[in-house]
Design a protein around this ligand. Structure first.
Ligand code: C2E
Ligand code: MG
Ligand code: MG
Ligand code: MG
Length: 291
C-alpha cells in the first residue's frame, strides 16, 4: 500500500481520487455492518405515508417507508442505506423484515377496525432477484391471514425493465391473484411506453419532480397530463407523488389524478400516529385543503 501511495505521489489529482474512493468504500462497508446489527437490535421501523383520494381527501392506502435510527445516532435516509444494502446483499433480510412488519401492522389495523384499503411496500431490484421473493410475500400474507388486496408493491420502471422472465412470471401471478402493483417514480426511468402494455401493473405513480415543477413549467404539466391520459386508457390508477402545496394540489386535481401523496396532506408517520389519525379521526381540516 505504501509503495502504491508513493507511486501516486506525483499525481495529486489521481491520488486524491483514489483516497476519496477508498474513504467512500470504507464508509459503505461500515454502514453495511451497522445496518446488519440494526436488524438484530430493533433499530428499524416503518413509517407510513397516506395516499388520499384526489376527489374526497379520504385516506385510501398507506405507503410503508423504512426508517433506521442507530442508537445515539441520527436517522440515516433510506436513499443512503438501501443502495448499500443492495450492494452488500443485506437487502434480502431487510426486505423480508419490511414484508413481515407491513403484514403484521396491516393485520393489527384490520383487527382494530381501521378503515384502510392496503399498505404498499417498496421492492428494490436486487430483492426481486431472489428466487423465492414472491413465495415469501405470500407466506407472510398467510401467516397474518391477509388477502392479496391488503398489501401492494411498488417497483421503479428500471426494475421492471431489467426484470427477467422468472420475475415477470412471478409478478404476473401476483397480478392475477389481485395484488396491486405500482410503477414508482414514473417518468424518470428509461421510459419506453411500450412496456406498459406488457407489464402486469395496476397503478402509475408520477414522479414528484414533475409535480414540483408543473405549476410553473408547461412541459412538466404536459408530461403529467399525458401520463394521466395513457394511465387511464390502460385502466390504471394514477397517483401524484410529492404534492407539497395548494397550487400543486389544484393542478393534480384539475388533470384528474386519482390519488395524491405528499407533505401537503401528510408526512410519513410512525404507526401510532397513523392509528390516531385513522381511528380517532384527528384529521387536520382536509375539507379546507380540498375546497
Ligand atoms: P419512494 O418509494 O419514491 O418514496 C417516496 C419518498 O418521497 C419518501 O422518501 C417520502 O418521504 C418522500 N416524500 C413523500 N411526499 C413528499 C413531498 O411532498 N415532498 C418531498 N420532498 N418528499 C416527499 P424516503 O422515505 O426518504 O424514501 C426514499 C426512497 O427510499 C423511496 O422512494 C424508496 O425508493 C426507498 N425506500 C424506502 N423504504 C424502502 C423499503 O422498505 N424498501 C425498499 N426497497 N426501498 C425503500
Ligand atoms: Mg415508493
Ligand atoms: Mg416514489
Ligand atoms: Mg423514489
Amino acid at each position: 500500500v505504501a509503495k502504491n501511495r508513493a507511486k501516486l505521489e506525483g499525481r495529486g489529482g489521481l491520488q486524491f481520487f483514489h483516497q476519496h474512493l477508498h474513504d467512500e468504500l470504507v464508509r459503505q462497508h461500515r454502514l453495511a455492518e451497522s445496518l446488519e446489527l440494526a436488524l438484530d437490535n430493533d433499530e428499524l421501523s416503518l413509517h407510513y405515508q397516506p395516499q388520499v383520494s384526489a376527489v374526497s381527501g379520504q385516506i385510501e392506502n398507506l405507503e410503508a417507508l423504512l426508517r433506521w435510527t442507530p442508537p445515539h445516532g441520527q436517522a440515516v435516509s433510506p436513499q443512503e442505506f438501501i443502495p448499500v444494502a443492495e450492494r452488500s446483499g443485506l437487502i434480502h433480510r431487510l426486505g423480508d423484515w419490511v414484508m413481515q412488519e407491513a403484514c403484521r401492522q396491516r393485520a393489527l389495523w384490520r383487527d382494530a377496525g381501521v378503515k384502510l384499503e392496503r399498505i404498499d411496500i417498496n421492492f428494490s431490484g436486487r430483492q426481486m432477484g431472489r428466487h423465492d421473493v414472491f413465495e415469501r410475500l405470500e407466506a407472510y400474507l398467510r401467516r397474518y391471514g391477509l388477502g392479496p388486496r391488503e398489501i401492494g408493491i411498488e417497483l421503479t420502471e428500471n426494475v421492471l425493465i431489467e426484470a427477467d422472465a422468472r420475475i415477470l412470471e412471478g409478478l404476473r401471478s401476483l397480478h392475477h391473484r389481485g395484488f396491486r402493483i405500482a410503477i414508482d417514480d414514473f417518468g424518470t426511468g428509461y421510459s419506453s411506453l411500450s412496456y406498459l402494455k406488457q407489464f402486469p401493473v395496476t397503478s402509475l405513480k408520477i414522479d414528484r419532480s414533475f409535480v414540483r415543477d408543473a405549476p410553473g413549467q408547461p412541459e412538466d404539466r404536459a408530461i403529467m397530463e399525458a401520463a394521466v391520459f395513457i394511465g387511464h386508457r390502460l385502466g390504471l390508477e394514477v397517483v401524484a407523488e410529492g404534492v407539497e402545496n395548494a397550487e400543486q394540489l389544484a393542478l393534480v386535481r384539475e388533470i384528474h389524478c386519482d390519488l395524491v401523496q405528499g407533505f401537503y396532506f401528510y408526512r410519513p408517520m410512525p404507526a401510532a400516529a397513523i392509528e390516531r389519525l385513522l381511528l380517532v379521526g384527528v384529521v387536520p381540516s382536509l375539507g379546507s385543503l380540498l375546497s
